[in-house]
Ligand binder design. Sequence first.
Ligand SMILES: [Zn+2]
Length: 200
Amino acid sequence: MAFSPLVDELVESLRCLPGVGQKTAQRMAFHLLERGRSGGTRLSEALRTAMDGVRRCESCQNFADTEICGICENPTRKNGTLCVVESPSDLLAIEQAGDYKGGYFVLMGHLSPIDGVGPEEIGIERLLRRVQDEGVTELILATNPTVEGEATAHYIADRLDGRNILITRLAHGIPVGGELGYVDGFTLTHAFRGRKPLSE
Ligand SMILES: [Zn+2]
């Protein structure tokens, strides 16, 4: 485009969003300029405020507006159980399910030596300090059931080897209401490994 450097810049900026290419960015920019000026203004203000104001909780590394997030500040959630997840969206999914009442630690990723992401980068040292300081009795390793997520969970479990802490992993398996014939082999293998006595 050549008619407006300001429009060009808006389109280019929108392309930082995941899954947004040139065409989609153009459509978004034109929509905002043609019919969505008030929404666009609100969006720009929300973006600036969030980019300046959202930080990571000093205790769990989740997104927060304050030094310590609401979950970490809540005394009833300090029950000796800590759930380790890879991302804030995983934490949100568990919170929305509504059953878990303990604390969290958000790794903001997984170990990936090829990309130079080691234990320090994702906060594992901070996690281990917290486990020690808070007297955590159960650590739930809820990293993703991917090769990297499994490796990260095993690394953390190895580092805590010999301490008197129950280390658990989420059961991965057949979705409720699912049929075995439609489940992939990887999931089925995990479901077999995670089988429990029928009485539980
Ligand atoms: Zn927190």
